[in-house]
Design a binder for this molecule. Structure first.
Ligand code: SF4
Ligand code: SF4
Length: 92
């Protein structure tokens, strides 16, 4: 039984340290849209729960843009949704 508790403790500790490490790495960063890679698929916009991103149309076509940079926590959730390598985390 002790082995089970120790294993659970190790898994929880690794999860906590992993999250702290990821958070520290992302501090001071913000999402950036590489406009000429963006196809306007909207997957990132649907994924961002903080409504940071928005779709715009300009002379380069329809693409995502960072509408509210102050709201971006650099969580990275939207990165995995982009299949076109159009999102990057950059320094603020
Ligand atoms: S990094 Fe997170 S908060 Fe920032 S735009 Fe992407 S999903 Fe939204
Ligand atoms: S997921 Fe990528 S390609 Fe799709 S709208 Fe967002 S940035 Fe553009």
């Amino acid at each position: 039984m002790n082995v089970v508790y120790i294993s659970i403790g190790i898994v929880i500790s690794l999860w906590i340290f992993g999250n702290l490490h990821r958070r520290r790495k992302r501090r001071g960063k913000i999402i950036h849209v590489v406009e000429n890679h963006c196809t306007g698929c909207r997957r990132c916009i649907k994924r961002c729960t903080r409504s940071v991103l928005e779709m715009i149309e300009d002379e380069t076509g329809i693409h995502a843009t960072v509408k509210y940079p102050g709201k971006c926590t650099a969580c990275g959730d939207c990165l995995g949704k982009c299949k076109f390598n159009a999102l990057k985390l950059i320094e603020r």
